[in-house]
Write a protein that binds this ligand. Structure first.
Ligand code: T46
Length: 137
């Protein structure tokens, strides 16, 4: 997981069903995304401040702005790539081993994360120099 790059991440189109009652989107773990979903969490009522500023060693994620919009900048230690999430049917598949910064949350944004693992504090790298050393090791 140390050798992943920003090019391993991509936006996926989430299946949606539309009729005169509106939209319904669905994601099935292991089918629409390459992992089983063990945990769901979401960020909301985020003020101006940025969030993130860490990397995960093992965690795979699908990030979806179910309402509002946010910029997610991924960094593999060599290259950075920013993804703008602003539709509930677009998901950003994030592989492990990447630093991420979340900013430019619009008012009312809800950012949902489907995660491949249960919460483990040890899976986080929260210091940028430690992250760079991890990528080089
Ligand atoms: C990520 C971005 C998008 C828990 O106790 N259990 C959990 O499952 C999570 C996700 C967090 N927490 C606790 C740990 C901290 O005391 O919630 C507090 C805030 O978490 P954190 O500072 O990690 O929040 P963000 O917004 O920087 O990062 C979160 C996720 O942790 C992270 O996986 O990719 O959202």
């Amino acid at each position: 997981m140390k050798h992943t790059t920003v090019h391993d991440c991509r936006i996926i189109d989430i299946r949606k069903f539309t009729d005169n009652r509106g939209y319904l989107s669905v994601i099935e773990g292991g089918m629409d995304i390459p992992f089983e979903i063990k945990r769901i969490y979401y960020l909301y009522m985020v003020p101006e401040a940025a969030r993130g500023a860490h990397a995960h060693k093992q965690l795979q994620q699908l990030l979806i702005a179910t309402s509002g919009s946010v910029d997610i900048t991924l960094d593999d230690g060599r290259e950075k790539k920013t993804f703008h999430l602003d539709r509930p049917w677009k998901g950003l598949l994030v592989v492990p081993g990447l630093w991420r910064d979340l900013d430019n949350f619009s008012g009312g944004t809800v950012l949902m994360c489907l995660a491949s693992e249960h919460y483990e504090a040890e899976d986080y790298i929260r210091n940028y120099n430690d992250f760079l050393n991890y990528k080089k090791s």
